[in-house]
Design a protein around this ligand. Structure first.
Ligand code: ADP
Ligand code: MG
Length: 341
């Protein structure tokens, strides 16, 4: 749906996207990150959280964060802090996830894209480095069986950049266009393989509705959307559901929901926790992350021309309309072909 009012309601959407970084090894250990290995063959003592092990920052993961910051015009923090996000889950043996909280590595910035021929800008709040958790495999999957669940820790410690937007989007179409643009950028600059089936690029869509001019409505967060088609369906369903609830006189409860592609519906997974529930505190095992201006400059010089810059050059040098220039820079291959011709 496009950004017109729906039954008199305005839609508000903000995104949190987990991009898996294309590093050889994990964010705080030397175990490999390759996808699809036999369960628990790519998890080392650090990933298993064995006593006495300590995390060591992967330099390449930081370089990925710097590249993203450069690509999106963000502030790259000269000093950022790792924090423990405490919660229990069977596939999180430490009992906490190492993330960044108050001072993330990438701050601000924006993503620009076309929705039809209308130019849109979505502002970013931040992008922070964090580790992924392992996976629980249920019943009929490889490790589980006979009504049991298994734990695969191969994914534990895989480097992620979580990219968080302001609640700037006003329709499911705009949200999908944003996600496609972000996907293009992270693959273009080579920090993520972009494989959505394998979970390398997963989006959480925060959705609320309100009467025009009113304060922001209460949001529900649809977790782990890993296809653009399901993303659109899930958001459209969620918008209809929220409007129906409000029209029926029910208040929206803040919640985390999952989309079921078989039924086309979203359903509540848990009521939403607040940051306070996670008892964040600076991780005493990791020193502050220092990024020198020189390192940023090195990354800047290494980076290929960005799609936005290339599009601007096509406008300036070849006199193309902005829309055409943007279309021609949808992929590196397409842009290369155009220039060659
Ligand atoms: P948390 O990390 O607990 O999910 P944040 O406040 O960081 O909470 O917000 C997460 C995402 O939700 C951001 O992308 C933000 O833009 C979006 N968001 C916040 N409030 C709303 C709202 N009322 N409607 C839609 N999206 C929202
Ligand atoms: Mg969230």
């Amino acid at each position: 749906m496009t950004s017109k009012l729906i039954h008199g309601y305005e839609v508000v959407i903000g995104f949190e996207t987990h991009t898996q970084l294309a590093t050889q090894s994990k964010i705080f250990s030397r175990a490999p990150t390759a996808f699809g290995a036999e369960p628990n063959t790519q998890a080392c003592a650090v990933d298993l959280a064995l006593p006495g092990t300590l995390p060591v920052m992967n330099r390449e993961a930081v370089a990925c964060a710097i590249k993203l910051g450069l690509a999106l015009g963000s502030h790259i923090a000269p000093v950022s802090i790792f924090a423990r996000k405490n919660y229990f889950y069977p596939d999180l043996p430490k009992g906490y996830q190492i993330s960044q909280f108050e001072i993330p590595v990438v701050q601000g910035g924006e993503v620009e894209f076309f929705l039809g021929d209308e130019k849109k800008t979505v502002r970013l709040v931040r992008a922070h480095l964090e580790e992924d958790a392992g996976k629980s495999l249920h019943e009929d999957s490889a490790l589980g069986g006979g009504g049991q669940s298994g734990i695969d820790l191969n994914r534990a410690g895989t480097p992620l950049l979580e990219i968080v937007t302001e609640p700037d989007m006003r329709s499911s179409d705009e949200a999908v266009a944003y996600a496609k643009e972000l996907h293009k950028i992270v693959t273009w600059i080579g920090i993520c393989d972009g494989n959505m089936q394998e979970g390398s690029f997963r989006c959480d869509a925060n959705v609320s509705v309100r009467k025009p001019g009113a304060a922001l409505g209460t949001r529900r967060e649809i977790k782990n959307l890993n296809s653009f088609k399901f993303m659109q369906q899930a958001i459209d369903y969620e918008i209809r559901w929220q409007i129906e609830q409000i029209e029926d006189g029910h208040a929206i409860q803040q919640a985390t929901v999952l989309f079921d592609p078989d039924t086309g519906e979203t359903r509540a997974m848990r009521t939403k926790e607040d940051a306070a529930d996670y008892r964040y505190f600076p991780d005493p095992d990791l020193p502050p992350l220092h990024i020198s201006e020189q390192w940023v400059q090195e990354q800047r010089e290494l980076m290929a021309e960005l799609p936005r810059t290339m599009a601007a050059r096509f406008v300036a040098d070849y006199g193309l309309p902005e829309y055409d220039a943007t279309t021609l820079t949808q992929s590196k291959a397409m842009a290369g072909y155009f220039e060659a011709v």
